[in-house]
Design a protein around this ligand. Structure first.
Ligand SMILES: [Ca+2]
Ligand SMILES: [Ca+2]
Ligand SMILES: [Ca+2]
Ligand SMILES: [Ca+2]
Length: 235
C-alpha cells in the first residue's frame, strides 16, 4: 500500500498507522489463525464428545434389550442360547455349544446385530446352562430345562483386571467393546477380549490409564431362576 497515495487528514499519523498495519499483517494472520484454531477446537472437541455420548446412550439402551431377549429365550426353550460362532446370527451347538464365547445370536433372539460403532456384541454363556442336557449336575434335573435352582454360572465380573468382584456365578454376559473395539491396550478392556470367564465392568475413562469405554450387561442367575420359577418351568 502506498501511503502517500491515500487521502489522509492527519498525514503523519496516517503514515505511522499504515506502517504499523503492514508490520502487523503477518502477526494479525497468526493471531487470527490461533483464534480460529481455538474456536474450531472449542467446537469440534465437544462435538465429538457429544457424538460419542450419543453412541454410548444408544448402545446402553440396546444391551438391556439383548439381556431380556436372552432370558425370554430361556423361558421359551428351557436353556440359554449358545453364541453364534460363524457370523450368521444363529446359535451354534450340537448338544453342547460350539463355543461358549462368540457373537450374540441376533437372529435367534430377534435383536439388533451391531452396536452404535458397527461392531457385533460379544456374548459369553456358561456351557451347561445352554446345552441340551437337562440340569447341570448339582441336583435332580427338571425335564427339558438345562439348569436347576442350584446351578451357578461360571462367569465373574470385576471392577478392574484382578480387582474386586462385582458379580459372581453369572450365566451369561453381553459386551459392547465400544469405540476402540479390538484396538485397546488397556488391561481392563483386554480382560473383556481374552476369551475367558473373567470380565471387567467399571466407569468410563478416556484419559486416565487404564482407559475404559466398554459397555456391559449380564444375566443375573437369580433373576433368571426367578423368571423360570414364575413361569412354572423350575420347581
Ligand atoms: Ca451361527
Ligand atoms: Ca445343562
Ligand atoms: Ca473398548
Ligand atoms: Ca477375560
Amino acid at each position: 500500500m502506498n501511503i502517500s497515495s491515500q487521502p489522509c487528514v492527519h498525514g503523519r499519523s496516517c503514515r505511522r498507522i499504515a506502517g504499523l498495519e503492514s508490520g502487523f499483517s503477518l502477526l494479525e494472520i497468526a493471531i487470527v489463525m490461533v483464534v480460529i484454531g481455538l474456536i474450531l477446537g472449542g467446537i469440534l472437541i465437544p462435538l465429538s464428545s457429544q457424538f460419542e455420548k450419543q453412541d454410548r446412550d444408544k448402545t446402553a439402551l440396546t444391551l438391556p434389550e439383548i439381556q431380556k431377549a436372552v432370558v425370554g429365550y430361556a423361558l421359551a426353550n428351557g436353556r440359554l442360547p449358545c453364541p453364534d460362532a460363524d457370523g450368521d446370527g444363529t446359535e451354534d451347538l450340537a448338544v453342547t455349544c460350539t463355543t461358549v464365547e462368540g457373537s450374540v445370536p441376533w437372529v435367534d433372539l430377534g435383536v439388533g446385530r451391531l452396536d452404535a460403532w458397527g461392531q457385533e456384541f460379544t456374548y459369553r454363556v456358561t456351557g451347561n446352562f445352554a446345552d441340551t442336557v437337562d440340569g447341570t449336575g448339582c441336583g435332580v434335573p427338571t425335564a427339558g430345562v438345562s439348569f436347576e435352582l442350584c446351578s451357578n454360572g461360571d462367569i465373574s465380573v470385576m471392577d478392574a483386571a484382578g480387582g474386586a468382584a462385582v458379580a459372581n456365578g453369572v450365566p451369561a454376559i453381553i459386551v459392547s467393546h465400544a469405540k476402540n473395539w479390538a484396538t485397546t491396550t488397556s488391561v481392563d478392556e483386554a480382560e473383556n477380549t481374552d476369551n475367558d470367564v473373567n470380565f471387567v465392568d467399571r466407569a468410563y475413562s478416556a484419559s486416565v490409564a487404564p482407559t475404559f469405554d466398554d459397555l456391559i450387561t449380564w444375566v443375573s442367575p437369580n433373576v433368571l431362576k426367578s423368571h423360570m420359577v414364575e413361569a412354572g418351568l423350575l420347581p
